[in-house]
Design a protein around this ligand. Sequence first.
Ligand SMILES: N[C@@H](CCC(=O)N[C@@H](CS)C(=O)NCC(=O)O)C(=O)O
Length: 213
Amino acid sequence: MTTSDRITLYYSPQTRATGTRVLLEELGAPYDLHVLNMKAGEQRQPAYLAINPLGKVPAVHHRGALVTEQVAIYVYLADLFPEAGLTPALDDPMRGAYLRWIAYYGSSFEPAVIDKFMKHEPAPPTQSPYSDYETMLGTLEAQLSKGPYLLGERATAADILWGIAFRWTMMFGLVPKTDVFERYAERICSRPAFQRVSAADDEMAAQHAAAAG
Ligand SMILES: N[C@@H](CCC(=O)N[C@@H](CS)C(=O)NCC(=O)O)C(=O)O
């Protein structure tokens, strides 16, 4: 990679961008953070809305292109660094399952968890993108029970996404703390990359709170 190949991650601590930073660390990728103080509302200022009109992080800028949405970002970054071994190759029989579980996060899990968080009446199963909450979560739990990772013995970028998602959603009481989910989240979050980023996040979040007054 040349200098211009460096990855810029639009970032705020203790958000969905944390997982992307963990993935970059896992991949050994060269990256720079563009930090936004969300406590001061910087993600909603014109400067950032010109980059991502949704005002959301993570967003990644690389080789002149912007990638938003965690699902796209995880696939994109893991494919950039195949030597890290966190992505099945295009001709790997596991590629389909890998893409399935990454997409499941954005298409089924997030809408279900947000409905639950907002106490929204879910749409009927035939209209809802995730059928119903119990079926959506039960399908995941059944897959993870085969463990130790989503694809069995092999850890992939999908596990970085999911392990951290379980940690947060269990913390907020949006996902029940079953043995399967707890052990899985612990397996991912005890890895050195998560530990490093989490410690840096604590520090950055405290600085942001102080700066925002
Ligand atoms: N669909 C987006 C959602 C990202 C998202 O919700 N990010 C939150 C942080 S956890 C955010 O940037 N919120 C700031 C805001 O909306 O003002 C993705 O999957 O990347």
